[in-house]
Every structure is written in structure tokens, then in C-alpha cells.
Design a protein around this ligand. Structure first.
Ligand SMILES: [Zn+2]
Length: 417
């Protein structure tokens, strides 16, 4: 029988084993992370499952079903330094409990697999979603080969000491050959569910991101001798665009953020000659994200003309949105309603391993459980224990529904890797 209180006890056990007064310390490819993995292997050894580490360092536990078609349940046992006690490992340990429940009932109709992704956080080398992007095929070894941690250790060296060869990481793609669906439970890491006073929500997908640097150029001039009507003040461009991106965000239902502004010459007695700002825009729909981006460009040009200054855009980074599978979202909604009474649909601002698996073409959905104060990546990260228990139950219900959906007459699994 499913035992959610066991999951809570195991979360605390893991916290004892791999945390300290500053929080969780399971940074991927470090000895503490390896200890967490060993602890997890110990739990898996008590189940009738096959366990192996794939060439990208992901740990897989497979409960053979009558059908080879697979239901995947994933999470990540790695954490940021001084992290919380739930981010990533709740997903893994709730998945473990669901796997136990399936195993207890004998051979399942479809194959059930638990996966612990390697280095979701990217805390040490700055590259998030390492293991899941190797599996999805979006990891380019040459783009990460040069990455170095704070102590001068390269990513390939750190991988090697954990039995992983970067040049063979892409071989992990074969793990998805029979994948028919992917499920992931995660803490929300934001304030939405708490504000609505709801324990859980189903995730519609992960936001796409457009990230740019925008530079306005005017004329640096003396703050005393330059009359107001003769200034070409570059900071006026930044100020006006910052206000306008807030309107763009609310008009389109996305989020837009200016996180950094720098000015030159940057002294108290000069009109600003050059001002640079960063702009991060996010939306769940690719078309709307593109519109938000175009709106910001067009506003910046109007502002530059009005202020008699120049504007120049430079791309920093972008990623497309990954909308989750409509049928699985429906199942997620049902599972949450059955367990919590009420559900809510919300997008995910942060990226997750689920985005990579969705990118690979596997039907995917996530469940979010409320985060207290909306805080994460910090030792004060927390969720009510009663909500944690509900989340294990909801994941279990969802897994049942999706396993039934897979074993019913479905098109053959994604296999063209
Ligand atoms: Zn996470």
C-alpha cells in the first residue's frame, strides 16, 4: 500500500545524511551527491527492479511490466549548495514510493521506471539539466567540455571521477527508446499556490525565454551646464523602456524583468552617455513570446527617437516554451482533484528536466505542490507535511491513470532517436 509518511521520513533521513546547518549539500558529481545516490541504491535494492547508471550518469530503476512500453517517473537528487530539503529529491522519493506500490501489486501492465537525473541544477559548472539533456539529445559535448568549477576542475574530469565519459554521454539517448510518458512531481518554488490556498496544481508547460542586452547611447555632458531640453540622456531610454516592459508583460500575460542596469560615465555630475540594461521575457506560448519581444523592440525605437538617442539590441540567450501533453494535463488535474478536492493549472517559470523530456517528444506532465513563502534554493525552503503527503498520493493516482492510458490502444512509443 502506498505510504506517503514513509516518503516524508525518507526525506528527513536524506536531509540528515547529506545536509548541514546551512542546508542541503548534494551538489552533483561531489562525494555528498554520490553518498545520496548510494543511499538511494540501498532503497532500490529492496525492490524487484533492475538498476543501472546510464552513460550520462542518470540512475534508472526499472520494474518490468507485461508491455515494454514505459511510464517514466523522474526527479533529481542533486541540490544547489545550501539548498532546501525538497527541491528535486521529493520527486525522486515520491517516485520511489509509487514504484514500491506498483511492485507490491505484482507485474504491472506497462514497464515502470524511476529516473534520478544527473546534475539538474548545474550548480557547480553552470550548465543545468545535464543528464536529461543528454537523454533528449540537446547536450553538445563540445559546448560544455571547457566548463570549470571554482577549484579549477573541468567538467570532463568531474564526470570521469563519477564513472562518466563526456564523449559517450549522448549514448544515454537510447534510454528513451520505449518511453511512452514522463511524469515529474516538484515543489512550486513560487508563491501562486500558497496565495490561492491550494495544496497542488498541474503544470501546463515551461516558459520560453528571450534574454537580451539593450544599450542606449546619447551624449555624456556636464550636469550643471547642459540645459534639460538639450540633453541626449541615455538613461532616459532605459527608464522609459523599463516602465513599458511592465505594460507589455501585463498586456500579454507573461513576465518581463530588467535585472541589471549599468551607466557610463556613471558619475554624479554627468548626464548618462551610455546605458545598458538586461531584459528577460518569458511566456508559455511561443507566438506570444515573440510578440512581447517585438513590442519591446518597437517601444525601444519610439523611445530612442523621442529622446534623440540610439538603441542597439544584443541577444544573450533564448529557449522555446515546452507546453506539456494535453491529455496528461487532464489526468493530472483529475488526480489532484481526487486527492485535494480542487486543482489549478499553472505554467512553470523555472526550467525542469521535464522540459528536456518533452523536447524529446515524450508525452510529459508535471505536478506542483505548494511552497511555503514561495522560497526555494535556500535552506528555509519548506512545504507543509500534509501537502507533501497529498503530493505523493496525487503522483500515485496520476501514475495509475497514465499507465492505464499507455496500456490502452495508443500509438507506438516515440522511438526515432
Ligand atoms: Zn528541482
Amino acid at each position: 500500500m502506498l505510504n506517503p509518511s514513509r516518503t516524508i521520513a525518507e526525506l528527513k533521513e536524506l536531509r540528515e545524511l547529506t545536509g548541514n546547518a546551512d542546508g542541503a549539500q548534494r551538489v552533483a558529481f561531489t562525494p555528498v551527491w554520490a553518498a545520496a545516490r548510494n543511499w538511494l541504491r540501498g532503497k532500490l535494492a529492496q525492490l524487484p527492479v533492475e538498476v543501472h547508471q546510464d552513460p550520462a550518469g542518470n540512475l534508472w530503476a526499472t520494474l518490468k511490466g507485461t508491455s515494454d512500453r514505459e511510464l517514466l517517473i523522474g526527479g533529481h537528487i542533486d541540490s544547489v549548495p545550501n539548498g532546501g530539503w525538497l527541491d528535486g529529491c521529493l520527486n525522486v522519493l515520491a517516485g520511489l514510493e509509487v514504484l514500491r506500490r506498483f511492485a507490491e501489486q505484482g507485474k504491472p501492465a506497462v514497464t515502470i521506471r524511476l529516473v534520478d537525473w544527473a546534475d539538474e541544477e548545474g550548480a557547480r559548472f553552470g550548465r543545468s539539466l545535464f543528464g536529461s539533456s543528454a537523454v533528449s539529445g540537446s547536450l553538445a559535448a563540445d559546448e560544455v567540455r571547457h566548463l570549470v568549477d571554482r577549484d579549477g576542475i573541468t567538467l570532463p574530469e568531474a564526470l570521469k571521477s563519477n564513472g562518466i565519459d563526456l564523449d559517450h554521454a549522448a549514448d544515454a539517448r537510447k534510454e528513451l527508446a520505449n518511453a511512452a510518458a514522463y511524469l515529474e512531481l516538484h515543489i512550486e518554488q513560487g508563491p501562486v499556490l500558497e496565495r490561492l490556498n491550494l495544496p497542488m496544481g498541474v503544470v501546463l508547460g515551461t516558459f520560453g525565454v528571450e534574454r537580451h542586452s539593450i544599450t542606449f547611447t546619447g551624449q555624456a555632458a556636464h550636469s550643471g551646464s547642459t540645459p534639460m531640453d538639450q540633453r541626449r540622456d541615455a538613461l532616459a531610454g532605459v527608464s522609459r523602456l523599463h516602465l513599458s516592459i511592465r505594460e507589455i508583460a501585463s498586456r500579454h500575460g507573461g513576465v518581463c524583468t530588467v535585472g541589471r542596469v549599468t551607466t557610463k560615465p556613471g558619475i554624479v555630475t554627468a548626464v548618462v552617455g551610455e546605458a545598458e540594461m538586461t531584459l528577460d521575457q518569458r511566456h508559455l506560448h511561443a507566438g506570444t513570446l515573440a510578440t512581447m519581444y517585438q513590442d519591446a523592440i518597437s517601444d525601444s525605437k519610439k523611445i530612442a527617437a523621442a529622446e534623440k538617442i540610439e538603441v542597439c539590441w544584443q541577444k544573450i540567450w533564448s529557449i522555446q516554451p515546452f507546453p506539456f501533453h494535453a491529455k496528461l494535463i487532464e489526468f493530472g488535474d483529475q488526480a489532484i482533484r481526487e486527492v485535494c478536492g480542487q486543482s489549478h493549472r499553472l505554467p512553470s517559470g523555472p526550467l525542469h528536466d521535464a522540459a528536456e523530456i518533452c523536447r524529446a517528444g515524450v508525452p510529459t506532465v508535471m505536478l506542483f505542490v505548494q511552497s511555503l513563502r514561495g522560497i526555494s534554493h535556500n535552506k528555509i525552503e519548506d512545504t507543509l507535511e500534509e501537502h507533501l503527503a497529498l503530493s505523493v498520493q496525487a503522483l500515485d493516482r496520476l501514475a495509475d491513470k497514465v499507465a492505464g492510458w499507455i496500456s490502452a490502444d495508443q500509438p507506438s512509443p516515440h522511438s526515432d532517436h
